[in-house]
Design a binder for this molecule. Sequence first.
Ligand SMILES: [Zn+2]
Length: 476
Amino acid sequence: MKKGITKREDDFSRWYTDVILGAHLADYSPVKGCMVIRPRGYALWEKMQSSLDRMFKETGHENAYFPLLIPESFLEKEAEHVEGFAPECAVVTHGGGKELEEPLVIRPTSETIIWAMFKKWIMSYRDLPLLINQWCNVLRWEMRTRLFLRTTEFLWQEGHTAHAKAEEAEEEALLMLKVYQTFAEEYAAIPVIPGKKSDREKFAGALHTYTIEALMQDGKALQAGTSHNLGQNFAKAFDVTYQDQHGEQQWVYATSWGMSTRMIGALVMTHGDDQGLVVPPRLAPLSVVFIPIFKGKEGHGEILDYIDKIAATLDGDISCRVDAREGYTPGWKFNEWERAGVPIRVEVGPRDLQRGEVVAVRRDTGEKMNLPKEGLREKVSGLLENIQSSLYERALRFREENTVRVDDYRNFKDIIADKGGFLWAYWCGGAECEGFVKQETMATIRCIPLESEGEDGACVRCGKTSSERVYFAKAY
Ligand SMILES: [Zn+2]
């Protein structure tokens, strides 16, 4: 990098872009609105994928793959769904040099093509539940794009399940929300608030949508994953029924749920600092980088041998890399790996070699420590666990400090305009109040939390009685 990273307090948005470009996570593509995910960004996505994929399989789901192209008529079968997605669809009208008889939509999400297939696969109650997940790309035409947060094409997983009973679909939607929460908190070290979306914010075609909401360092919220109870809407649109135990035909119940590469943006904005990216150890493609410190022209081989032996004792569970590149100063390398967010840097110079030690530096706090080479593996793995939990604690503290109970609308407007954060306020449940607040302050209802205090209050906007507080925030 020729220039440094913009400071967060100077320009958070510039800082965000600088961190991503500086860490080599992604780059702008020749196609407007799209991005190129570079190897370091893709390795991070692969770590996310493997953790999520394991949890999906542990909860009984199987992976499958459906086509990228969907007949346009499929989308039109579910009224709310087409209304929600049509404006952002890309449509293929020509193929093989000819105009197509029916235009094909590039999937913005796959409910329609999957339910067209479920109609063929679901006959009887014995075929249920059907629990499918797909890892793929989707495309939604976006006017204003940001790396990872909003790009025309992005990678994600979409789960699609079919159930015999309404309660089972509801249980599934909540189970997957829990999986997302576990992933966000235990792997990405991002504290989230699980809740339900208001009708205005729910998925197009869903009965209701559950979400996990996180707070970024600039005081804006980010929706990190959603899970939808689709009721019978898609079953009815695609005529999917099953024969129950009594020989009667019944409509099937559905859910869908998704998490995307947007999570990388959430990770950057939750943990990053003015030096660059900070990756929680459980998702770090590289946990430890060794940097030799040469003094003069002699003894390079000895130091490198020493490092190789130590690295060999770590490698296996702890991914390591020795940066022995020539032509770069140690300071340049420190900077490079700091920007890339590697959790621990280990420096080894002639004096460390004599003492049988290394110098370890934590990426999250910058703390330096001398560690003996004996028992380094245990020390390093303890340190990684400590970094993981302190990142979570730090993010949680930030969220708590930036979550305010608000009962007065003028106060509400001041806080939103000033420092942002989550505003925990009573809402009457009316779409009118919700729309009014959004128009006036740009804050939306992020979620109606799953757990409420159960005390009545007055809607922050209209004063009508309300039974629970909801979270408002400006959002990405
Ligand atoms: Zn109201």
